[in-house]
Design a binder for this molecule. Structure first.
Ligand SMILES: C[S@@+](CC[C@H](N)C(=O)[O-])C[C@H]1O[C@@H](n2cnc3c(N)ncnc32)[C@H](O)[C@@H]1O
Length: 137
């Protein structure tokens, strides 16, 4: 969770996944397309829980550049890194916060994603209801 760990994270994960981490993250894009198809992206809301350094949000914005997208992570260092990585995009809101107590109103998001995070959350009270607004989940 340190600045140093945030700096090394992307390379370490790609090595750990033998170069497939970004490809794995992109597998979450087709289900989003099912949710977003035919809808005005400017009026939708997506939240990426445990956004880390913002790699997945970058793929989301490449696909839907006008989509208002949020990222939440408990690590200040990782959120700082994601702000740097996503600086070229507008309509991005990155916040430090706890995935088990998301500081947003229920039902405020059209899609909620979470990549490589659930293994780090407490077993009890796992936040399955985060997906309540996402058809197909
Ligand atoms: C393995 S990383 C995955 C990061 C990113 N989703 C990705 O695709 O690389 C797990 C992330 O979840 C965050 N995290 C773990 N527990 C959390 C919690 N309770 N609330 C918010 N973020 C949390 C960590 O800070 C870390 O950035």
């Amino acid at each position: 969770m340190t600045e140093d760990s945030a700096k090394r994270y992307d390379t370490q994960v790609e090595v750990l996944f033998n170069g497939t981490a970004n490809a794995t993250r992109r597998q979450a894009l087709p289900p989003l397309q099912e949710i977003f198809a035919g809808r005005d992206q400017r009026r939708l809301r997506l939240l990426d829980v445990g956004c880390g350094t913002g790699r997945f949000l970058d793929f989301v914005k490449q696909a839907w550049p006008r989509l208002p997208a949020g990222g939440l992570d408990m690590s200040e260092a990782y959120v700082r890194r994601s702000k740097h990585h996503l600086a070229r995009w507008s309509r991005i809101n990155l916040i430090v916060g706890d995935a088990t107590r998301i500081p947003l109103p229920d039902g405020s998001q059209d899609a909620v994603t979470s990549i490589f995070v659930f293994h780090e959350l407490p077993a009890r009270g796992a936040p399955c209801r985060f997906f309540a607004n996402s058809p197909g989940y």
